[in-house]
Design a protein around this ligand. Structure first.
Ligand code: GDP
Ligand code: GDP
Length: 436
């Protein structure tokens, strides 16, 4: 189910990133182990009591050349577009400034709930100073101290109270939710539009979970699909849409709700760092993945071109070795019809369960072929293996000592499982667990 999104807006230095870090805690500082992937500290998961939600620090979305005021306006607009609830952060030591009023003006125009948090109220005596912030016009201001972690509980109680009631549409297991992600201008909108024109069987446009989102339901061969269209993909024109951080934000949001994602690459410009970053997030999130190379019409071809490009993709996205690659053109519609079947296959594999007895036969054969390693005189013993989850398929391997199961042996077992059962288009996870 989709998590609600909270955006923090406010002028520079009011403490947005301090609050962001407080809310998301350890989660952002997790060191990436996926090569080529670095984490942007602008979007992360947080939790308050039993509610999980996502937080955006709009201050992290820099529009390089723009004057400060313009940047702040755009950040407020992004918050309005993307968030379910907005925390409008001000500095309790400086009073309301002209810049705060500028932000307020934009937030008034939205119909999203806005909660004012007055930061840097580091001690109780200062709490009397917050009343002037009623003048911002968003009701009760909440005194907090990001530095000392004060007042966040009351603030979050109110924020969570505004979360929309989620309809259960997305827990529908039969429907395949997918999205198209990629950096600006790779052709995401063109591809979605082309697919929608191609498919004669569109059932309905679904009321999205955010104001501007238009999800489209389609049906092919008795299978329901929903194309997740985060706000504006088919209704565009905002300046900030071409900024890199924003495109990452979009991708993260789409990944969150998808079973399968199409990672779109532009054959004309070739592979960029940003492509790897976006694909890395999808991999990390455990979604089904298809790599689609768009604008194939622009490439001058001979009989080796496709193979060479494929090798380039494989070299750049080594961790996505399970993802099929489709070469296509949203413009000429070439090979567009192969996408839905590829998505269906990836989804089937993403939800596949394999029988325990067959799985254990496969693991036994693997052990016979490549005996377990010995670390400091101690040999890894594999007792049995069982599939513990789907989306993505996850396997628990019960062993004498999980520390003896190194990455390379895990990788070997993963490859044997893949050889036996397929799993094209989906990551799989393997955990070593101590036998009780
Ligand atoms: P941003 O630009 O809005 O993201 O602001 P930062 O989170 O970078 O904070 C700006 C400055 O304010 C930093 O020096 C923080 O240490 C400081 N700061 C943040 N929260 C508090 C607070 O609750 N009390 C005090 N005294 N300083 C704070
Ligand atoms: P988005 O930012 O990823 O949504 O990209 P758009 O769909 O807006 O496409 C960016 C540009 O690439 C537009 O000028 C499109 O017309 C162009 N484009 C998209 N797909 C193709 C394609 O398959 N071939 C060619 N030649 N151009 C394409």
């Amino acid at each position: 189910m989709r998590k609600s999104i909270v955006a923090i807006v406010g002028r520079p230095n009011v403490g947005k990133s301090t609050i962001f870090n407080r809310l998301v805690g350890e989660r952002v500082s997790i060191v990436e182990d996926t090569p080529g992937v670095t984490r942007d500290r602008i979007y992360a998961e947080a939790e308050w009591l039993t509610t999980a939600f996502n937080v955006i620090d709009t201050g992290g979305i820099e529009m390089s050349d723009e004057p400060l005021l313009v940047q702040m306006r755009q950040q407020a607009e992004i918050a309005i577009d993307e968030a379910d609830v907005i925390i409008f952060l001000v500095n309790g030591r400086e009073g309301i400034t002209a810049a705060d009023e500028e932000v307020a003006k934009i937030l008034y125009k939205s119909n999203k709930p806005v909660v004012v948090a007055v930061n840097k109220i580091d001690n109780p005596e200062m709490r009397n100073e917050i009343y002037e912030y009623y003048a911002l016009g968003f009701g009760e201001p909440y005194p907090i101290s990001g530095a000392h972690g004060l007042g966040l509980g009351d603030l979050l109680d109110t924020v969570i109270g505004y979360f929309p009631k989620m309809h259960d549409q997305e827990s529908d297991d039969e429907t395949i939710y997918f999205s198209v992600i990629g950096r600006p201008n790779v052709g995401k909108s063109s591809l979605v539009n082309a697919m929608l024109n191609e498919e004669r069987v569109i059932v309905s446009e679904l009321e999205g979970t955010t104001r501007d989102a238009i999800d489209t339901r389609l049906n092919r061969d008795d299978q329901d699909f929903v194309i997740i269209d985060t706000a504006g993909m088919r209704k565009r024109g905002k300046v900030y849409e071409t900024t890199e951080k924003y495109s990452v934000l979009r991708a993260l949001k789409a990944i969150e709700r998808s079973d399968v994602v199409l990672v779109l690459i532009d054959a004309e410009t070739g592979i960029r760092e940003q492509d790897k970053k976006i694909a890395g997030y999808a991999h990390e999130a455990g979604r089904g993945i298809i790599i689609a190379v768009n604008k194939w019409d622009t490439v001058e071809k001979n009989q080796n071109t496709m193979k060479e490009f494929e090798q380039k993709v494989r070299a750049n996205f080594q961790y996505l070795d399970y993802a099929p690659i489709v070469f296509l053109s949203a413009k000429t519609k070439k090979r567009l019809h192969t996408l839905i079947p590829a998505i269906k296959t990836a989804s089937e594999n993403h939800t596949k369960r394999v029988p325990t007895n067959v799985l254990n036969d496969v693991i036994m054969d693997a052990l016979a072929m490549n005996p377990t390693p010995t670390v400091k005189g101690k040999r890894l013993k594999v007792l049995y293996t069982t599939q513990v989850a789907i989306k993505p398929p996850s396997f628990a391997v019960f062993v004498n000592d999980p520390d003896l199961m190194h990455f390379s042996y895990k990788r070997f077992l993963e490859n044997r499982i893949r050889d036996a059962f397929g799993f094209v288009g989906t990551p799989i996870k393997i955990f070593a667990r101590k036998r009780q």
